[in-house]
Design a protein around this ligand. Sequence first.
Ligand code: ADP
Ligand code: MG
Ligand code: MG
Length: 902
Amino acid sequence: MSKFVYFFGAGKAEGNGEMKDILGGKGAGLAEMTRIGLPVPGGFTITTEACDYFLKRDRRYPPELAAQVSANLKRLERVTGKKLGDARDPLLVSVRSGSARSMPGMMETILNLGLNEKSVEALARNTKNERFAYDAYRRFVQMYSTVVIGLPKEELEDKLRSLKSRLGIKLDTEVPADGWRGLVTEYKAHFRKATGKDFPEDPNEQLWGAIGAVFTSWMAEKAVTYRRVEKITGLLGTAVNVMQMVFGNTGDASGTGVCFTRDPSSGEKEFYGDFLLNAQGEDVVAGIRTPMPLKEMAKRMPRVYKQLERVRGILERHYRDMQDMEFTVEEGTLYMLQTRVGKRAPTASFKIAVDMANEKLISKNEALLRIKSEDIERLFYPVIDASFPRAELDKRKIAQGINAVPGAASGAAIFTAEEAEAWAARGEKVILVRRETSPEDVGGMFVAQGILTATGGKTSHAAVVARGWGKCCIVGCEKLDIDYDRKQMTANGRLIKQGQWITIEGGDGLVFEGKIPLVDPTLPPAYFTLMKWADQIRRLRVRTNADTPQDSRKAREMGAEGIGLCRTEHMFFKDFEHPERSHERQLAIQEMILADNHEARGKALAKLLPFQRRDFTGIFKAMDGCPVTIRLLDPPLHEFVPHERAKQEELAKKIGIDVETVARRVEQLREANPMLGHRGCRLSITYPEILEMQVRAIIEAAVECQKQKVKVLPEIMHPLTLDRRELRILEQGTRRVADEIIKRAGIKLDYLVGTMIELPRAALLADQIAEVAEFFSFGTNDLTQTVMGLSRDDAGRFLPDYVDEKKAGIFSADPFQSLDVAGVGMLMKWAIEKGRSTRSKLKIGICGEHGGDSESVKFCHRVGMDYVSASPYRVPIARLAAAHAVLEEKEEKRRGAPRRMG
Ligand code: ADP
Ligand code: MG
Ligand code: MG
């Protein structure tokens, strides 16, 4: 026979704190608190397995449940010396929900169960407090009617409101006994009218009604939605806790409260909480009355407060983490009603972890494991000022999209990148709003406070670029109707014209009208301490993806130990030091592309050389002494030239050629499948002069820095290689240019030549490629695309179905966000082994979005890479993940169960 019910009370508990899965968090906490001798009212927990049975079998209970509940109820009656529904000394219970993961406010609880016409009289007599007894009764009738039977709350609340206005009073606490008694009669009449039945007097019927209602609440729409949004899966259901009621509302020697063992917003080691005198627990949470701070309780109930402080210490030492507790005081006696690990602000997570390690409550390693990558991510973004009125915020909301990059930003809504740059140049703050973005928009994106697009998903261009800059971004906001011609947009019927202010909040993907006050996050000292601990134990090095000196400096601040990917194409669009001169380089690259012979191309490239050299010098200086991997030109050339007639005319005029020539050349560049087309190192094979110019810029910059005593470690990287011979040609071209410059300068300068591994063929033939390459960098964006045959730009249409558990549930995560370890990862492992078989010192890293994803970073550790490279704001996430990887590996060794790789 299965055991579905676990008793706790009178200092003994059948369950314990480890049994969250079947007792739920609340039940496990109550059992554990009972075991360690804290004052907990008696009761019993019906398991989540019973709930699972109930929901799967058309709301029937397991056959053995009735007997088990009745036996436990008897035991509870024995322990308390009271009887449920008794006419002399009635036992009252609460029936509370509670699953393994906290789902605040999602499921139901019923208080004061067991009251009926007879037992309420007994309660009034025994407590000599008629008002209290009828107050408890009307609460019960109301909760039972709404929660168990499903009558609308408003109708009952209306009756309470009109009662108070008849009596001419404002507060519930002023209602006299007679008032409550009358209200119960009204409620019951209402119940009869609405259901055709009398309100149940039989406490057993009440109990089973409540148990069924709590189980059923697991499948309520809001609970299902909450689990989906929070990605809570694999739970059986909710447990039900039936426990003796204690009363905080019997008078001024009673009260109720919620408290945290440390301050959940700052993390300070201060006892923090809210308390209400003469109130029942639900009143604090429901916000009916404004509670007083816990400190006040020390004055009003000094003895009980001291006892509560002792409980605080016991619980924190026992659980070794910050706890969130509910308690009630009945006539000077303290009862603990709930304890759980407390939710905390990102700043507080760091402070609490570091403090607890310093207090020797936990080890440094445990402190590291307490921090999740989201904690770091959230730490860095500006936030909407919490003191801004909630109601006003709701009024200003105009749309919701996909939350691509968290944080908040305000600015004038601007609909083109050019215009955004112009506004920003005048010192205005702008939010760039586009249907979608493309590489041509980087300038406008760069100057914007935040980015909002109507289409695209979390791996769209806008999202990837914004994430790299730590810039707040919302994509796929489908309700936006953008009219580029009229320079305006509408969202849910509201019109926003160019220049009108909006505020976007990337954490939830919300768009607001107007300017909402934002506050900057401040990095707590504990963050720096914790990151130092992470650096001390990780093996993987962490580099950054950075294209500009600014990004490089930012990344150093974030702890980057080099650049793993410097893309050269953004430099062709944007002069990051002198933005007003960006058009010069744009024009030069376009001239180069439009050139129809070697000589003209050479002339255009000569114009680009000084720009690139200056950019590289800036980056080398910012990265003083750290390795810098520079990727030669990668995107297909058509991305650099205009496709609209008007722009082509403008360009033709500037270079002094015929517009038809421009149009023809653009047409020639058109490809059916550009991502698999003429791009990457294929450009250097066709146009060796592009490679020459880029290598020249890199090496000349390096020589210049070296002369200024700036140490430089350039690593020249060829993208999209697929063959040894191909790479050999590129390598020889690279060395010829580089060595000549170095020789002429008469100095010693080391540099490496290597390749990206982003095509399956390159991975398969890695041993051959490593004969030429001194390093590999896995370009996992393209590698995922080519291994899986999934286009990153188009997969948004169906990939969500593959990830959605309710639909196909084929992948557990988007493979562009978290590395597909099983497939792509297996190929990477192969390539690493093969590559090192020919060149044992082969340096191996990863660049691309995955370098900033915790799970992917851990994989990189396990397969023995040397480094990962992440966008500047994700560098700390990678540092922490690399430390977690070491700790998890240790733990696996200890348990003797090596984890399978890929
Ligand atoms: P939630 O999970 O929504 O917080 P709870 O089950 O914790 O719901 O109960 C809601 C409120 O009722 C809490 O404030 C709790 O303190 C109070 N409460 C629950 N059971 C009892 C009880 N046996 N005696 C007194 N108060 C109770
Ligand atoms: Mg609670
Ligand atoms: Mg690539």
